[in-house]
Structures are given as C-alpha cells and as structure tokens.
Design a protein around this ligand. Structure first.
Ligand code: ACO
Length: 377
C-alpha cells in the first residue's frame, strides 16, 4: 500500500483533539485547561495543577483538602513492592526501576481490569502518591541508605525531599522543585503521552499505558535529556571550553542535549520561568562550584544560539536545577515521571472517553512480491 504524503515522525500531523493543554503559537505560551502555565507555576501548588489536569477545573478549598488527604494516605508502599525494588540490580537505570514498579503495581491492583473513569482516577492518584516513594527509595538505595518513610504531615514536594534526604530544604529550593513539577506536568501529544494514548486506544489498561510511557520518556531525545544535559556539562568541564566543545560536537553531528524542540522553534515557553528559578538556586548556593556550572550553562546556551540559532528546552535549566538541589543525575528523568504522570493519566482518560484505535499506515519500501524458494535441506 502507498500513501500520497509521508510525515516522518508524525511531524505536523494533527491526530485528534484534546481539551487538556495547548501551545499558543502567537504568544508562545502553554496553557493547561486554559490557564497559562507560568501563572499556575507562580500561584498554585503541584497538587492543584494535578487536580486541574484530571478534573478540568482548579479545586476549591474543600476539594483541595480532600485531594491532599487522599494523596497522603496512599503514599505507603506494600512490602512486596519494596522487597522487589530492593532486589533489582543497582546497575539498572532508575527509569527501569520505575517501569518495573508500575508494572508490579498493576499486577497487584485488584481493580486492574476495571477501566471505568472512576477506577482510572483512583489508580492515577495512587500512582501520583506512590511513584515519589519508589524514586526516593531507589535514590537512597544507590547511596547505600535505607528508605525513609513518607511523612503525611508534609506536602507533596516537601515529603519528596524528606524521603530522599531525610530533611526538607529551604522553601525557595522546594518552590523551585515545585515549579519544575508544574512545568513538566503536561505537554499535549508529546512522544510519551502519545505512547500512552496508543496503548490506551487498544483498550489496554492504565498501568500498561503508563509503563509504555515511562519507556518512551526514558530516551534522551525526550525526557532522558535532563539527565543527558548534566552528563554533557560534566564532559565539557569548564566555561572556557564551551565554544570549542560545541564546535567539535556540531562538526561530529552530535545532538546537543537540552536544545531544540519539535513544537517550539523560537524558544520553549517554559524555559524563562525555570531558568529564573534555577538562577535563584545558584545565587542562594553562593558556592564556587555552582557558579562555575551556571557560567558554563550560560556560555553553552549563548554559543548554541549564535552557532545554530537553536534555543534550550525545559530540560536544559531543569537538569542544572536538579543537580543543584542535590539529586543524583540518573534520578533526573524519574523526577520528570513524578510530574508527567498527571498529564499521561489525564490523556488516558480523554482517549477512553472518545476512543478510536490509533493505527497509522506505512508506505511500503521493501522488496516486491516474490516467490518463496524451495526449503533448504
Ligand atoms: N543539537 C543539534 N542540532 C539540533 C538540535 C540539537 N539539540 N535540535 C535540532 N537540531 C537541528 C537538527 O540537526 C536539524 O538540522 P538539519 O536541518 O541541518 O538536519 C534541525 O535542527 C531540525 O531538527 P530536527 O531533529 O529535525 O527537529 P525535531 O523536531 O525532529 O527534533 C528534538 C526535536 C528531538 C527535541 C531535537 O531538537 C533534539 O534531538 N534535541 C536534543 C534532545 C533534547 O533536548 N530533547 C528534549 C526535548 S523537550 C522535552 O522532552 C521536555
């Protein structure tokens, strides 16, 4: 079968409608359910944004209280999951741990086959509550430390720091983390969300869709870029080397991690806010190493803009911010998962509400039909 036009990578193809988020090209802004993400990040908590993405409206005070109480109550992990995680090889990537954890949560969920909207909302909230516990336990395990239990007295972001480090940092640091969670939460039909929608379109279950989405996010052209940014900064080493390194990398046709975007060609609307929050972390750290990294970060951004005219995407400032917050580099993409679980599950619900099997065509480019030779004896 042939098709008249081939859209490699589905670039420019509109495959469905969505009411969840959009990029407004004229203003280069991103909205969640109609609200500019910058305003949400400035005025609202990550929990409120999660509620907004799932329910279509921001919660009032009573609904928010109830939502927070339910999230906090769902945090503790079953023993079976904790034991399985402890047995996984320390050499495997934290994204593999997360993918395995979601798979096990699905296998152990008695309501696994119930794809009703109410059941899926309950599963989404349970994942939102438990994924941070998995990420934190794995972060500590790699440092040879025992897990720290979730604290139901603490908010989502504070509790995560508590579970990773046994302590909650200054409010500005927590706020910077929360800004990253809000900015990462949702981005329309990006590769991992589309993956979740493809799996859902076959009427498979939510855990299968999320497991597949984690696999898609892991790649360095998508969510894995925040981790790759840090590796790249370490490889460059010093601000003075930024330009030479970039010229050599571009000559070798390497992709520069944390730059470029399929949708934003004149700059990612989420970057200015994340960069500001990251700059505040650098100023707060008042540490020569943080300043050196920030100078290198800025030098590479400037060089990339002057050499290629390509702007950074959200992963560029987020990668540096996560490093400055004290997270180990391999944990960066799991932090993205903790946030994007909200967007993925909102899209799973939307896909189910108006489902059509996602099944594109391909233009065949293989050999013409030919006879099968006699079997070899
Ligand atoms: N480094 C070097 N060159 C780049 C980069 C980059 N980061 N991004 C785009 N380009 C160049 C391409 O080489 C291409 O040049 P050419 O026309 O001379 O061949 C041109 O810009 C267009 O780029 P495409 O790869 O065709 O753009 P596409 O929309 O397919 O790719 C992508 C977008 C995958 C994000 C790309 O910019 C990239 O690989 N970036 C690095 C990885 C990254 O940061 N990913 C995170 C994405 S955002 C997120 O997940 C939150």
């Amino acid at each position: 079968m042939t098709t008249s036009a081939i859209h490699r990578g589905l670039a420019g193809v509109v495959v469905d409608t969505t009411e969840i988020s959009t990029v407004i090209e004229e203003t280069n802004s991103l909205t969640y359910r109609g609200y500019p993400v910058q305003d949400l990040a400035a005025r609202r908590s990550f929990e409120e944004v999660a509620y907004l993405l799932w329910h279509g409206e921001l919660p009032d005070a009573d609904r928010l209280r109830e939502f927070r109480a339910r999230e906090r109550a769902l945090r503790p992990l079953d023993r079976s999951l904790s034991e399985l995680l402890a047995r996984l090889p320390a050499t495997c990537h934290p994204m593999d741990v997360l993918r395995t954890a979601v798979s096990l949560l699905g296998a152990e969920d008695p309501a696994e086959d119930d794809g009703s909207p109410a059941a899926n909302r309950a599963k989404s909230l349970a994942l939102l509550a438990r994924l941070p516990v998995v990420v934190a336990a794995d972060h500590r395990r790699r440092r040879g430390l025992d897990p720290v239990r979730p604290d139901p007295e603490l908010g989502y972001a504070e509790n995560f720091f508590h579970m990773c480090f046994g302590t909650v940092p200054a409010p500005e640091v927590v706020r910077c983390f929360e800004v990253s969670l809000i900015l990462y939460a949702e981005h329309s039909f990006n590769a991992s969300t589309f993956t979740a929608r493809v799996v859902t379109s076959t009427l498979s279950d939510l855990y299968s869709a999320v497991t597949a989405a984690i696999g898609a996010l892991k790649g360095p052209l998508h969510g894995g870029a925040n981790e790759a940014v840090m590796h790249m900064l370490e490889e460059i080493g010093s601000p003075e080397r930024a330009e030479t390194w970039l010229d050599e990398a571009l000559a070798a046709k390497r992709k520069i991690m944390g730059f470029g975007h399929r949708v934003y060609k004149h700059g990612d609307s989420r970057v200015p806010l994340m960069q500001e929050a990251t700059d505040r972390l650098v100023a707060r750290a008042a540490d020569p190493e943080a300043t050196r990294l920030a100078t290198l970060h800025a030098a590479l951004r400037q060089a990339m803009l002057s050499r290629k005219g390509i702007h950074p995407n959200l992963d560029y400032p987020a990668g540096l911010a996560y490093h400055l917050m004290g997270f180990d580099t391999p944990a960066f993409t799991p932090l993205f998962v903790m946030s994007r679980i909200t967007g993925w599950t909102a899209h799973i619900t939307e896909q189910l509400a108006h489902n059509a099997l996602i099944r594109p065509l391909a233009s065949y480019a293989g050999p013409a039909q030919r006879p099968v030779p006699a079997a070899v004896r």
